[in-house]
Design a protein around this ligand. Structure first.
Ligand code: CA
Length: 162
């Protein structure tokens, strides 16, 4: 009887120790996983290229999303896709630090004038906050080109269209 009791206790004890090891492994794994992923907000950037002759570009295009005191800069590029072709609508998903917040008050957009006929006719940009569903439309309707009016490769501090 005594022998049986001590056997059970020993078994129970080893089972408890094993459970403890498994639990700490799970906890360790969870905490390292959450440390690796800092909080982000998902945005989507929609870009409409105009339908005028030579409106498309193969230049590299960049955007700043801005709110007072904070700007996030990204290149707009879908790898393995020819973006910014004439008349096309291109979407660019992006994750930005949650510290940026939910509101976009203005954007900068520009390109590096690379490739053949890099002049680009931009109709509009729409910034979509995927977390809140909010959207901001930025109307451009102009060339970003060194050879077409207003002879500039950038539009800075664009405000959303009313
Ligand atoms: Ca691309």
């Amino acid at each position: 009887m005594f022998a049986l009791k001590s056997l059970v206790t020993r078994k129970t004890r080893s089972a408890l120790i094993l459970m403890g090891i498994v639990l700490s492994l799970i906890l360790l794994n969870t905490s390292s996983a959450s440390a690796a992923t800092s909080p982000t907000i998902r945005y989507n950037i929609l870009v409409k290229t105009g339908c005028l002759r030579n409106a498309g570009t193969d230049a590299r295009v960049y955007i700043n999303l801005k709110r007072p005191g904070y700007a996030v800069s990204r290149e707009l590029d879908n790898p393995h896709r020819n973006d910014f072709e004439i008349c096309s609508l291109d979407g660019f998903p992006m994750e930005i630090p949650a510290a940026f917040g939910d509101q976009v008050t203005s954007i900068d957009i520009w390109h590096n004038n690379s490739g053949s006929t890099p002049g680009w006719y931009l109709e509009w940009v729409e910034v979509q906050n995927q977390n809140t569903g909010q959207r901001w439309r930025f109307a451009a309707n102009r060339w970003l080109s060194v050879s077409d009016w207003p002879y500039s490769l950038s539009i800075l501090d664009m405000k959303p269209s009313p």
